[in-house]
Ligand binder design. Structure first.
Ligand SMILES: *Cc1c(COP(=O)(O)O)cnc(C)c1O
Length: 353
């Protein structure tokens, strides 16, 4: 038997979550599949989401792989192009590109084709990451509108706080003031804005996280949103130990038994992408029943409590996250977010569909 860890990707769940997005909006859907489809596998995800109106990602190689696999919809490069070579590929494969800085407009002058590029002009409406300052948008828009290489312009922005109580009001106001000056397509919403703020939908929404079946909100679960987790990370117990009162578990002895108890050693560690900062008490399912981590996560193993699970032992299935074990709960026990956990799975974990 091989080492028992694997990540199963449920393509039906991906498709289902896309339908949840469809029901929430009449805008076109640009499915965000950056970072290898949030760790789920680029082509596996694209196949399940093939009815999306477009795909957004960062790496031009991935964009080309999608074209070569036969996808005909819009493909958007979220950081645009970095050099003239990128522009040649963009022309060859008919890709769309975010333009967020003046240096990109200067690079565009070398673009080999006339009137063929779909540009997503990015406005910094308050996140202060990528995008033109509101005072600079007019200049950028003018340059792009009269640029021989540009076919279509979409005005986009990205929200910093759509998932929390600060919301989108300030950024939306800034964006709307700018957008009122132009007759171009609009794109603003990530998953959180798509689900919570219909006034942000515009012409294109850009959901990522929700398609993978996780909730962007701390106070609403994925299940409450009707989403199904697309990734299930599972392994098995490969050894058990009996502890007596005072025995310590793992590196640093971060868990000490208060009484006699039994623990299971699971073939999953931080070298598989499980967060090392998951502490004592982080949730886990053993044979479908809720249990908890004990002690520190090590490189290849972690330990779980088998108290109250007399039937569990070597060979028992352990769900680290996925159906029945929300990834959001593991993330919050590790002071991180579900996005990071999904992306952090390492190549040694076999991916199954
Ligand atoms: C990653 C990303 C998204 C998707 O965000 P989610 O929170 O995963 O829905 C949308 N737009 C841009 C520009 C992004 O970088």
């Amino acid at each position: 038997m091989p080492r028992p860890i694997s990540a199963r990707i449920d393509q039906d769940a991906l498709e289902h979550n896309l339908q949840v997005a469809r029901r929430a909006t009449s805008a076109r859907i640009m499915a965000v599949i950056k970072a290898n489809g949030y760790g789920h596998g680029l082509l596996r995800v694209a196949e399940a989401l093939s009815s999306a109106d477009g795909f957004a990602l960062l790496d031009i190689k991935d964009a080309i792989a999608l074209r070569e696999a036969g996808y005909r919809q819009s493909i958007l490069l979220l950081e645009g192009f970095f050099d003239a070579e990128d522009l040649e590929q963009i022309a060859a494969y008919d890709l769309g590109a975010v333009v967020h800085s003046e240096w990109q407009i200067r690079l565009l002058d070398a673009y080999p084709r006339v009137d063929s590029l779909d540009v997503w002009l990015k406005v910094n409406s308050g996140m202060h990451r990528l995008g033109f300052h509101p005072a600079q948008v007019g200049m950028a828009m003018e340059a792009l509108q009269r640029h021989r290489a540009v076919r279509e312009i979409t005005l986009m922005t990205h929200f910093a706080n759509a998932d929390d109580e600060r919301g989108i009001v300030m950024q939306l106001e800034t964006y709307n003031e700018i957008a009122a000056n132009y007759r171009v397509s609009r794109s603003l919403a990530n998953s959180a804005a798509l689900l919570r703020y219909p006034e942000t939908h515009g012409d294109w929404v850009r959901p990522g996280l929700m398609l993978y079946g996780a909730s962007p909100f701390a106070d609403i679960s994925a299940a409450q949103l009707g989403l199904k987790p697309a990734m299930s990370l599972k392994s098995r117990i490969i050894a058990t130990q009996r502890l007596k009162a005072g025995d310590e578990v793992g590196y640093g002895g971060k868990y000490r038994a208060e009484r006699e108890m039994r623990i299971g050693v699971v073939a999953c560690g931080y070298a598989d992408g499980y967060p090392r900062h998951a502490g004592n008490g982080a949730p886990v399912l053993v044979e479908g029943r809720k249990s908890q981590l004990l002690g520190r996560v090590s490189m290849d193993m972690l330990c779980v409590d088998l108290t109250g699970l007399p039937e569990a032992g070597t060979g028992s299935e352990v769900t680290l996250w996925g159906a029945g074990m929300p990834i959001e709960e593991v993330a919050s026990s590790s002071e991180t977010i579900s996005y990071e956990l999904m992306c952090a799975l390492t190549p040694r974990v076999p991916m199954l569909t």
